[in-house]
Design a protein around this ligand. Sequence first.
Ligand code: PGA
Length: 260
Amino acid sequence: MIVHVLPDPDAVGSLAARLIEAELLDIAAPVLGVATGSTPEPVYAHLTRRRERGTFRTDRLRAFALDEYVGLAAGHAESYRSVLERGFAAPLGVPAERLHVPSWEADDPAAASDAYEREILLAGGIDLQVLGIGRNGHIGFNEPGSDFRSLTRVVPLTESTRAANARFFEEPADVPTLSISQGLATIMRARAIALIATGADKADAIRAALTGPVDTGMPASILQRHPRLRVFLDGAAASRLDLTLLATFAVVHDWREAAR
Ligand code: PGA
C-alpha cells in the first residue's frame, strides 16, 4: 500500500490524475473503473486538464462504473449514467458506448448484474479502479456486512447511505432503495486501485479501513489485501490515522513531513 497525504482536495485530484495517467500510459485500450460521488470530482477535473494538454489520451479508453441506482427513470439526472456522462465522459471525450454502467432497464436487475460482471471480464478486466469511501466504510454500494467474495449484484441501500445521498434529490423519499453494485471480489480483481478520501467526515472510516482489522463490518478494509493499492488523502481525511503504525506496513508520503 502506498499512501499520499496532501494539503487539500485539489492537490489530491492533481496527484491522483498524474498517477492515473502514468498507470494507463502503456496500455493500448485501457479500462478505467470510475466512481461517482463528490470525492473524485477534482480527479476528473485534473484528468480533463491533462487531456487538454495532450498528455492523457482517452481515444481508446473504456470506463466502467462501480454502481447504479435501480428504479430511476431512464435519463434521470441523478442516475449514475447521467452523473458520469456530465462529470466524467463529456469533459474527457469518452463516447456513451465506451462508458459502461449497470443497466436494469430489462426489468431484471439480477440478470443485469450478472451481465455487467461478464462485460467487465470480456473487456479484459479493470486496469485501474478509482474508489471513494462512505462514512460507514462502504465501497461502491457494498455496505457493512457485504461478503468479501461478492460479485456484481443487487444491493439494498442502507438508511445511512440513502440519507447521505438525499442531497441530490428533491425529497429524501425519492432516493432509490436498491442499487446494482460491483461486488467486493469484483473490485479486488482490478489490477490497481486508487482510493480517494477527503474531508474530516471520512477520517474514522479511513483509519478503520487502512489500519483496523480486515473485517466485513468495514468493507473497505479488504483493500489492505490488494497488492497495488494507492490511497490519496487530504490532511482532514488523514487526521485520525496512526501514521507510525501505518508506516510499519505502507509507504507513506506525507506533505506535512516534507514541509518540516
Ligand atoms: P462521496 O461518496 O464521494 O460523495 O463522499 C463516497 C461514497 O459514498 O462512496
